[in-house]
Write a protein that binds this ligand. Sequence first.
Ligand code: GCB
Length: 631
Amino acid sequence: MAREASAGARDRSPAPGPPSAPPGARRLAAGGWRLAASGAGIMARGPAGAAAVLGPLLWGCALALQGGMLYPRESPSRERKELDGLWSFRADFSDNRRQGFEQQWYRTPLREWVNGVHVAEHEGGHLPFEADVSKLVQSGPLSSCRITIAINNTLTPHTLPPGTILYQKDTSKYPKGYFVQNTHFDFFNYAGLHRPVLLYTTPTIYIDDITITTGMDQNTGLVNYKVFVQGSEHFQLEVRLLDEEGKVVAQGTGDQGQLQVPSAYLWWPYLMHEHPAYLYSLEVRLTAQTEAGPVSDFYALPVGIRTVAVTENQFLINGKPFYFHGVNKHEDADIRGKGFDWPLLVKDFNLLRWLGANSFRTSHYPYAEEVMQLCDRYGIVVIDESPGVGIVLTQSYSNVSLQHHLEVMEELVRRDKNHPAVVMWSVANEPASYLKPAGYYFKTLIAHTKDLDPSRPVTFVTNSNYEADLGAPYVDVICVNSYYSWYHDYGHMEVIQLQLATQFEKWYRTYQKPIIQSEYGAETIAGFHQDPPLMFSEEYQKGLLEQYHLVLDQKRKEYVVGELIWNFADFMTDQSPQRAMGNKKGIFTRQRQPKGAAFLLRERYWKLANETRYHGSAVKSQCVGNSPFTF
Ligand code: GCB
C-alpha cells in the first residue's frame, strides 16, 4: 500500500511521460513487507478518463471509491516507514521537453512505479492515495527497492483547482512555443512532493476502514462504528473504547454496532470548556484463521464524542451555540514553501492558542492529515475545504469537472470523516456561483456530500451577490467573504459599517441561515506605520478590523456565528502588481512574527471566548493575561 506526497511543478516543463527507465527515484529497504508509499496532495491533472470510468453523475449513488484510507499507524500487527529525506528529482531540460503538452500527458493521471512496475495513478492534489506493492518488494529483507513518482502540476479547466495554459503566439514578443500556466486563485502553485511518502504493512486479512459517528442520549455517549475488512469474509472483530486513562468504558463485537458510554466526556472545542478535546481510543482487533495459520490485525483510532447541528441562526456543538473566532490558513511558510514540517505545525498551533482562536478553515484545499490530528487533540474546530478554488470558467462547470469534484469530495470525506474537529465541509471557495450552470453544479455536489456524510453541515464560501448566487439555496451555513475598504472604496474605512451591516441583513433576510464572515482583512507590510492610517500600514489593518468588529458584535447577537480573519500569516502567491512578494494580509508574517493586528485580535478572541463559552463549564477567566502561552 502506498501513501502520501503532494505536488505542483514550479518549472513549467511538463512532467516526464511514462518512462522506460523511471526518473526521480529513491531507494529503500523493503524486505518481505506489504509495502505502502503514499501521495497526498499531488497537484492535479486532466481528468479526461473520469466520465468514462464512472458513467452518469453520482447524486445519491454509492461511493465511486474502493477501499478505505485509514491513516497508517504502527500497531502490534503493523509497521510503518516514513520515506522522508531527499528524493532525487529530475527536471526535464531536453529539447523536446514540450512534448508532454503537445501530446497532452496532463490528461492522464499522476503515476507511480515500484521497481519499474506501474502500481498506481491518481488525479488531484492534497488527498492521499495508496497501492498494494507487496508482490513487488518481497525479494528478501536486505534487498533494495526503487519507488518512482511522476508528478505534474499542470492545471486545466477540469482539474481542482482549475487553470488554463496560455500559449503566446506573437513571436515578436515571445519565443516560439512560449506558454504560461494561468490560475484563478491567490496562492503559489508549488511543485513537488509536499507530504510524507510512507510504507506500511498490514496482515493478509486486515482492517481496511472504520467509520464512526457519535451522539448523546442524556449523559450517555453513543459511538456508532462500522468496520470494513479486506482479505477474507471470515473473521472475528472485537471493539473496545478506552478513556484517556486507558480504562475500557465500552466494548462490542462484529463489524458494526453502537457503544454506549455512561457519563461520557464530550469533545469540546478549545476555550468552550475547561476540558476541551477529550479523546477516547477505539481499539479494533481482528482475528481470522487461514490455511497458513491464525492472522490478527489491530488498529486504534482516536474518537471524540460530540454532536453538530445548525438552526436558523445558530451553529451548535453538543447542543450549545458555538461562535467561530478563528483564522483562514495556508500550507505555506518561508524556506519550506508548501512542504509539511512538524516544527512549523507546532509553532502554528501554539500561535493559534495564544491568539485564542478556536477554529480555522482549510483554505483552499485539504491540509495534511497530521494537521487534522492536532486539531482533534487541541480542540481547534475545522471547516474542511476541498481544492475547489477558482471555479470561474464556464468549462469548469461541465459534467467532466463536476464528476471529478464529486470524486474529490468522496476522497475528502473518506479521509477526514472520523475527525471530531471537522464540523463542516466546504466544497468550494469563491466560485462564479452566479453563472447559470452553478445552480445544478452546487445542488448536485452538496447533495452528494451530505449523502456521503449526513452528520455534518455543508457549505461553500461565496463572494457573489446574495441575489445572484445560485448555489446559496443548497448550503446549510452562508459563508461570505468581503473586503470592504480594500478592493474598493480604498482608504474609506468610514463606509465599512454600513456596507457590512447591509451585506449581513440582505443575506439573512433572503435565506434565514446562520452566517459566517469567512474572510475579511487588509494587506499590511510588517513595520509600515502611518498616522492617519494609510493602506498597507499596520494601523490601517487594525483600523479596518475594528470597523468589521463593531458590526460583527451587533450581528452575532442575531445570526452571525463566526468570523475568520484573512489570513493567519502572509503567504506566497504568483507575482502581480497587487502583490508585494506574496499576499501580506497575514496577522503574522510569513516567518510567524506578529503584526499589530495579532494583538488586537488576541484581545478580541479571548474576550469572545469568555463571553461565548458554554456556561455550564468553568473555563478560567485568566484569558487576557500577558503570558505568551496562556492556554
Ligand atoms: C479572497 C480569496 C483568497 C485571497 C484573498 C485576497 O477572496 O478567497 O484566496 O487570497 O481574497 O487576499 O485577495
